[in-house]
Design a protein around this ligand. Structure first.
Ligand SMILES: *Cc1c(COP(=O)(O)O)cnc(C)c1O
Length: 485
């Protein structure tokens, strides 16, 4: 029972190809910065920002974009976001403090942290940064701090519990839609509270990637604003958070085929294509497949602006679309994209340390990195990595491998998928994981075993020609290093 391993070819950019095709450059970089190494192309980030800005120009409602700082740890990206005309969404004391220290204007910042202590709220209040409040305790603490600081705070209220197809969309975040109205009327009933806290808009961030749900949530928020206007409140914006789809994969057939083959493997109708036949969310029971693929929808046909467009076109019962209502009611639409602004912005490269065979005959390729340096919040990162061979033409013989990492855990597999390669990599060959800039490279990275965190470097505009990759900036922005001539 020997079957082909299904491919999942990633969408790549010329700048990525130029690095992957240059074995000498890769080795120089890893020599200098160690393995694994994250490389970012700032031009791709700027062009993603440009795409959103251009998209919103078509509409007559106001809009504002905040780059979700948490999706990548590099402060260079926050600076570039600000310089490119958008704001930054911060979600911790360090994120907010750093953005203020980078001289990003307070009006271009928003604080959406899930947990906000006194220190964090005081910082936001002192600098007049918009705070998205999540609950009444936070609101009361803000009021107290405003009196202490003799400052006025600007707040938006995070809401949740929207209705969709007669079911409630449950969330641990925000104030429930059923109680938010009475919360606002009661909390702001007090003259002194109104003086201290300016309530300026609403915020939500929904799980999942259903534009119909987002559209329904927007309509319900617009209805709420309409009601509040009759009580003399005047919220000016709705911030719909992030979670805008991006497309990682080239081929729909490959995506569907992968899922079919995964199911076949679970039914023992073919060799496993994942380590220990992991179903990635699918399970086999009584020779039937149950459950669902528990990964990000890596292939999809409505990425970025087209995803937002489909949200804006959702109609309410009166057949009025979201965008029409935003225009009519003069409400600003705000967005906090993280992942989608980082599409095609980053790659992660690691050196091969060893090759071996386990007791079951699996070939394991050990990389100088660990699982936390490339971790998806979903069941697996389903993109084929790219291997750069020092000697591409010698000993060509196809192999199927798993990539393993440096942590002392049995589960330190960089990918759960088995990967087919044209030949076995040699020690020192380089494996590149593409499009890792959003979350993958940073979000779960830890320093167990006292491993150093990976380094991050930047090409200002890495072009198709490797010769043009002259300058890489350090994350701290202090030095410009010439690494290749
Ligand atoms: C995580 C998060 C974002 C960014 O989400 P992406 O999927 O990266 O676009 C924006 N806003 C809030 C409140 C978040 O929690």
């Amino acid at each position: 029972m020997k079957n082909n391993i299904p491919l999942l070819e990633p969408i790549t950019s010329p700048w990525m190809e130029s690095i992957v095709n240059d074995s000498k450059l890769q080795k120089d970089l890893l020599e200098r910065y160690d393995s694994p190494l994250n490389i970012h192309n700032l031009h791709s980030f700027q062009s993603n920002i440009g795409e959103y800005l251009a998209f919103f120009k078509q509409y007559n409602f106001k809009s504002k974009i905040f780059y979700a700082r948490k999706a990548n740890k590099c402060n260079t990206l926050a600076t570039v976001a600000f310089e490119s005309g958008i704001g930054v969404d911060t979600a911790s004391f360090a994120e907010l403090k750093q953005c203020l220290d980078l001289n990003i204007k307070p009006e271009d910042l928003v604080l959406t942290a899930a947990i906000k202590n006194t220190k964090l709220l005081r910082l936001a209040i002192q600098h007049e940064v918009l705070i998205i409040i999540d609950n009444e305790d936070e609101a009361k603490l803000i009021y107290k701090l405003c009196l202490e600081e003799d400052k006025q705070a600007m707040v938006g209220i995070r809401i949740s519990g929207f209705e969709f197809q007669n079911k409630k969309l449950k969330s641990r975040f925000g104030v429930d839609m059923e109680s938010v109205g009475s919360f606002i009327l009661q909390f702001f009933d007090d003259e002194s509270v109104r003086k201290s806290i300016r309530f300026t808009g609403f915020h939500f961030h929904l799980d999942g990637y259903n534009p119909q749900q987002r559209g329904a949530a927007l309509h319900q928020t617009l209805d709420l604003i309409k009601t509040l206007r009759t009580y003399n409140f005047d919220p000016r914006f709705i911030d719909i958070g992030g979670g805008i789809l991006i497309n990682y994969l080239k081929s729909k057939e490959q995506w569907n085929n992968f899922q079919d083959e995964l199911k076949n493997a679970l039914l023992h109708e073919r060799d496993p294509i994942t380590y220990q036949n992991n179903g990635l969310g699918f399970i086999e029971r009584d020779k039937k497949i149950e459950g669902q693929l528990a990964t990000y929808p890596y292939y999809n046909e409505t990425p970025k602006a087209s995803f937002i467009k489909s949200i804006l076109e959702v109609n309410n019962r009166e057949k009025i679309s979201v965008w029409e209502r935003l225009e009519q009611m003069d409400i600003e639409l705000r967005l906090e994209p993280g992942r989608s602004l980082l599409d095609q912005v980053g790659i992660t490269m690691a050196k091969v340390a060893h090759r071996k065979q386990d007791a079951e005959g699996n070939i394991l390729v050990g990389l100088e990195m660990n699982m936390t340096q490339m971790t998806s919040s979903s069941a697996d990162f389903l993109l084929d990595p790219m291997v750069t061979y020092s000697n591409p033409d010698e000993n060509k013989k196809e192999v199927e491998v798993y990539f393993t990492g440096a942590y002392c855990l049995e589960r330190d597999f960089i990918l759960k998928r088995k990967i087919a390669l044209p030949k076995l990599p040699e020690i020192g060959d380089v494996v590149t994981f593409v499009n890792t800039g959003g979350y993958m490279m940073h979000f779960f990275e830890t320093e167990a075993h006292l491993f150093e965190l990976s380094q991050n470097i930047f090409g200002l505009n890495i072009s198709e020609h490797t010769e043009a990759i002259n300058f890489f900036k350090d994350e701290n922005n202090l030095k410009v290093k010439q690494v290749y001539l």
